[in-house]
Design a protein around this ligand. Sequence first.
Ligand SMILES: [Zn+2]
Length: 79
Amino acid sequence: MNEDRPIPYRPLTDTPADQPDERRKGVIRNEPGQPFEHYCPECGRWGSFGFNCDSIKGIPGIWYCGKHKALGERIGRLS
Ligand SMILES: [Zn+2]
């Protein structure tokens, strides 16, 4: 058994990232050895646009898809 073997990646759901998914709304997964995942809180699509995030401080922020990006821009302006 190889101890260095990375943890197998398991997607949250089998819905493609560019499709809405209720179960993924606002989900942020940031675990060691796993890809950083962030989904739109409005629809559950992949969040391409991050707001109020700071990777140095470990703040994952909030991520919106292209369709709901304007909502994030509103939040970003408040901070
Ligand atoms: Zn969205």
